[in-house]
Design a protein around this ligand. Structure first.
Ligand SMILES: NC(=O)c1ccc[n+]([C@@H]2O[C@H](COP(=O)([O-])OP(=O)(O)OC[C@H]3O[C@@H](n4cnc5c(N)ncnc54)[C@H](OP(=O)(O)O)[C@@H]3O)[C@@H](O)[C@H]2O)c1
Length: 297
């Protein structure tokens, strides 16, 4: 599996495994989570994407139980997690409403919680999960510098930010933000034309793409024409439609890191098939045309 450098000394696998749905699986035992991680590792997929809120604030603990049962895994993976969403569940069950919190206290406390729940000493990459309309960029920026300075976090970035959110926060920090994790897929392709990816490319920042299969919606009947086009491409390379959808993202010059979300080990085992698919310009536009529902102007 190709490796990609997000910052000096911070290399990730090009394809990332996301743990949002970890708690939705029938089997959430440490042994089963370990089997998923090992299915990733067998293909060179070493980067695991978490967030404090996943699974109603339970997913980090599920992964933590796995790392406790199999401590040797820690050295083989890079761990991404996120903070700032407070929803009335789990440790925030008393929250009166869902909200975002980018205060220093919340960021620092969230980091400590994530370290404790995952049984780790350092988070490889911490992301501010969603732009907070009440963000005091001086306070949040200083908090992010602080968690890096303390060694609790190796690198920091953001998620779902627009250019103006990025530049505001970055203007008040010493540490460089290393990625913006945004939704990008054949079903959510606006970032290719609305500037979201262009501003990252201009800064030589690699985007992470969440829900690269549209959260599974790519496989719904309303997308049957697009699916047929994906299948025709995949058949040439012995790859399935999911691999083609991921190859479509990998082909973009921004250096996108797709964050995959299946709970099925058989599907995890074929993630690397995406690298087999040759996505030339005409193939890319064929799929884009189906995704748009019409040819480009
Ligand atoms: N930063 C953010 O705001 C944000 C937001 C959302 C997600 N994320 C991250 O992105 C990761 C991926 O998100 P995601 O889970 O939505 O990604 P995804 O890979 O687009 O979708 C996964 C879903 O698609 C289904 N699926 C996969 N292959 C399929 C196939 N061949 N046929 C039918 N269904 C299929 C899976 O079901 P099975 O499990 O049954 O295979 C699963 O429900 C998350 O785990 C999280 O780490 C980040």
């Amino acid at each position: 599996m190709e490796r990609t450098t997000l910052a000096p000394g911070l290399d990730f696998s090009r394809i990332v495994y996301g743990m949002w749905r970890l708690g939705d699986d029938d089997d959430t035992s440490p042994a089963h989570v370990q089997a998923k991680v090992e299915a990733c590792l067998e293909q060179g997929i070493t980067t695991m994407d978490q967030a404090d809120i996943y699974g109603g604030y339970e997913a980090e603990a599920l992964f933590g139980a796995t790392l406790k049962a199999a401590p040797a895994l820690r050295e083989q993976v890079e761990i991404v997690t996120k903070c700032d969403i407070v929803a009335p569940a789990g440790i925030y069950a008393d929250a009166p409403v869902k909200y975002y919190d980018t205060s220093r206290q919340h960021v620092v406390t969230s980091v400590d919680n994530s370290l404790r729940l995952m049984n780790i000493d350092q988070i490889d990459l911490l992301l501010i999960h969603r732009p907070d309309p009440l963000m005091d960029h001086y306070e949040t920026g200083a908090a992010l510098d602080e968690v890096v300075g303390s060694g609790k976090v190796r690198a920091v970035g953001v998620s779902n930010f627009k250019l103006h959110d990025w530049t505001l926060l970055q203007s008040a920090m010493h540490t460089k933000l290393v990625t913006n994790q945004i939704e990008v897929s054949l079903l959510h392709h606006a970032p290719f034309t609305n500037g979201d990816i262009a501003f990252l490319q201009e800064r030589i920042i690699k985007p992470m793409a969440w829900s690269p299969l549209g959260g599974g919606a790519l496989f719904k009947s309303e997308n049957s024409a697009l699916r047929a086009a994906m299948k025709a491409v995949g058949d040439q390379y012995g790859a399935d439609e999911a691999a083609v959808a991921v190859a479509w993202l990998l082909a973009h010059p921004a250096g996108i890191l797709p964050v995959m979300g299946t709970n099925r080990i058989d599907r995890i085992k074929t993630f690397a098939d995406a690298l087999k698919v040759k996505m030339d310009r005409q193939t890319w536009f064929t799929l884009y045309t189906h995704a748009l529902g019409h040819e480009v102007p």
